[in-house]
Design a protein around this ligand. Structure first.
Ligand SMILES: [Zn+2]
Length: 266
């Protein structure tokens, strides 16, 4: 073997420096007309509330939406994060693709960003149209809200970390909801949109971090369906995420989430 493969030579190596290049940088296909979506939002909110449901704390629920419907998810009792899944209502093989959504927009979604479906479809499923927490922005640690980085909490990883068995995670709640309400299966649950959750990547160690959610009673987000959708939402058993993973989460940091679907009058 050549001596250039020894460890000391690796350490001497110098790399050329380059400025970062944004890989996708919101291509035109991912940019919506703000006026068009503000108008869609106004018309939907002037229409009828066709569905209201409460996702109980530490549980998940599903609902459907027609293209053009607006969904508002409200922190209506106390701070709480939620994990969302999306499928094409008419073909559940087409589902939310958090990784590509992250590349097309950003690691944390902001108003007028879109939620994209998996390959080979790659179509906009929904468009984020309102956020009472929009002014949080990106904090001094690089933390921001509504990420498409994290995957969802699950009992398999909990056991990996703690060695303990448990049933009580967004994954298990989403599975229960899609099995019982829609006749689907565990493999239908996929990586989520983490609403109201404050997360980021540490600069020094490049690790995923979270902070307690800044969402308070009355905060809400809204999105408009760009296709007929099946939606699932878990009120995360980590509650407001003020307790580190692996520690007991007291019931008082967990709250339900309220879902309303608005439809434009014809
Ligand atoms: Zn969770």
């Amino acid at each position: 073997m050549s001596s250039s493969w020894c460890g000391r030579d690796f350490q001497k190596r110098e790399f050329a420096k380059h400025s970062p290049t944004i890989c996708y940088d919101k291509p035109n296909a991912a940019v919506v007309s703000k006026e068009e979506y503000d108008d869609k939002r106004y018309k939907a909110l002037c229409g009828d509330v066709i569905q209201t449901l409460i996702v109980p704390k530490r549980e998940a629920r599903t609902w459907s939406m027609q293209q053009g419907d607006l969904c508002r998810v409200t922190v209506h009792e106390g701070s709480q994060v939620g994990d969302m899944n999306f499928w094409n209502l008419d073909n559940t093989n087409e589902r939310f693709y958090s990784g590509k959504t992250r590349q097309l927009h950003a690691a944390h979604l902001r108003v007028y960003d879109r939620l994209w479906s998996c390959l080979p479809y790659l179509r906009p499923m929904a468009t984020f149209v309102f956020d009472t927490l929009a002014t949080y922005g990106i904090d001094e640690d690089g933390g921001a809200l509504h990420d498409v980085i994290g995957t969802r909490c699950d009992d398999y990883t909990y056991k990996l970390i703690t060695g303990k068995e448990r049933v009580g995670s967004c994954h298990s709640s989403l599975v229960k909801a899609v099995v019982e309400e829609r006749g689907m299966c565990e493999q239908d649950v996929h990586d989520v949109w983490n609403i109201f959750m404050c997360t980021g990547i540490t600069r020094d160690t490049d690790q995923y971090f979270c902070k307690p959610s800044p969402a308070r009673k009355g905060d809400f987000i809204e999105f408009i369906a760009d296709m007929n959708l099946l939606v699932a939402l878990s009120a995360c058993p980590q509650g407001d995420v003020s307790i580190p993973v692996g520690h007991e989460v007291p019931d008082e940091v967990c709250h339900p989430l309220k879902v309303e679907v608005f439809r434009q009058k014809l």
